[in-house]
Design a protein around this ligand. Structure first.
Ligand SMILES: C[S@@+](CC[C@H](N)C(=O)[O-])C[C@H]1O[C@@H](n2cnc3c(N)ncnc32)[C@H](O)[C@@H]1O
Length: 344
């Protein structure tokens, strides 16, 4: 694949919901290899996936017997065309239910399995899709980012296990962060760069956009991630720490009783109180080692209550550190954690 970042004019219409980002098979394989044991005898539902084009369908139908699945259901949204990049212009959607075939070789052909028609548009919130969701044990997909809060809320409401692609920005959504604090959702294995095929109608961008030798448009995200509620091994891997607490090295915030730790590797091993760490902590979060108390957006005391006007810059609720000259500097959003087993 040739990457060509084209310096074409930036779209002014970026506000449109751009939800058509297609997940590559290699990304799916790389993540799902960590969950194999969970799929045995389970019904998997991919509810934002046209079975004729989705790599999630490809992965689960190809590995159906190997994973020991009971059933695979996939529904698509609106799109009834075989063309991956048609633009959701049909109101009626299709779905497919696959229960395996021990005699086949390769990936089963959706047309042979039998494409069924939904009455409605396949919206994951529609009654038809919810009925399919109820049958499922595990939901795996890359859902529309513009509906991420609602999508996750539905999974929680129906008490489903899930492995889904998202964007790390969602961590700072109140609803998502609250689920993280309550240990109902956490990050999967891979976070960071992910590349996605996008429709031909998507406009050129200055960055994170290219057209390959076949004319296929691509976009990448530097902050993609997987969200899950499976208890993966990574969630129990210790963060190796060696620094010791000292008041000089770890100042306390002006508007919350916690110390500032600017880098995950600097978390002091021996500190018993609350510590503010960058959001990247979540990628390393070991639930046996730390508990999450909240975030600066949730916990920070308004600066107006602790300092004189004009001594600090204003903005969304955050923690501040004293500069030593009567003024305060505002920090990036922080997660507040406490060590479960502080060491002497
Ligand atoms: C990020 S794309 C991912 C597509 C596919 N799951 C994949 O990973 O390749 C999100 C998909 O959700 C579909 N979608 C958008 N709104 C939806 C809705 N309300 N219900 C179900 N699917 C929706 C979009 O058409 C789009 O194909």
């Amino acid at each position: 694949m040739t990457k060509k970042v084209k310096n074409q004019s930036l779209s002014k219409a970026r506000d449109a919901k751009q939800d058509e980002f297609y997940t590559q098979l290699s990304d799916i394989e790389q993540e799902l290899k960590h969950y194999k044991k969970h799929f045995k005898n389970k019904v998997v539902y991919c509810n934002c996936d046209d079975p004729r084009v989705s790599n999630f369908f490809f992965y689960f139908s190809y590995n159906f017997e190997k994973l020991g699945l009971k059933k695979l259901i996939t529904t698509c949204y609106k799109n009834q065309s075989r063309d991956l990049f048609s633009r959701n212009d049909s109101e009626q959607a299709v779905y497919l239910e696959y229960t395996g075939d021990n005699h086949r070789t390769g990936v089963p052909d959706p047309e042979k399995i039998g494409i069924k028609h939904l009455k409605g548009d396949g919206d994951f919130r529609s009654a038809e899709s919810v009925e399919l969701l109820k049958q499922a044990d595990i939901v795996v997909t890359n859902p529309p980012f513009s509906l991420f809060r609602e999508y996750v809320a539905q999974l929680i409401e129906y008490d489903k296990k899930f492995v889904i692609v998202g964007n790390q920005n969602a961590i700072s959504y109140k609803e998502i962060f609250n689920l993280i604090v309550k240990n109902k959702l956490w990050l999967g294995n891979k976070s960071g760069d992910m590349e996605f095929k996008v429709p031909a109608c998507y406009e050129a961008r200055e960055t994170r956009y290219w057209v390959d030798a076949d004319g296929q448009k691509w976009r990448s995200m530097g902050n993609a991630c997987w969200y899950t509620n499976f208890d993966i091994a990574k969630r129990h891997e210790n963060i190796i720490l060696y620094k010791k607490y000292s008041p000089e090295a770890y100042p306390t915030y002006a508007n919350y009783d916690a110390i500032e730790v600017g880098k995950i590797s600097d978390i002091p091993v021996d500190y018993e109180g609350a510590m503010g760490v960058p959001l990247t902590f979540l990628d390393k979060y070991n639930v046996d080692q730390f508990e999450i108390v909240g975030s600066s957006t949730m916990l920070a005391i308004p600066m107006a209550e602790v300092a004189k006007k004009g001594t600090y810059s204003q903005g969304t609720q955050r923690f501040y550190l004293a500069n030593g000259d009567g003024t305060y500097r505002r920090l990036y959003d922080r997660i507040v954690i406490k060590s479960k087993k502080p060491k002497d």
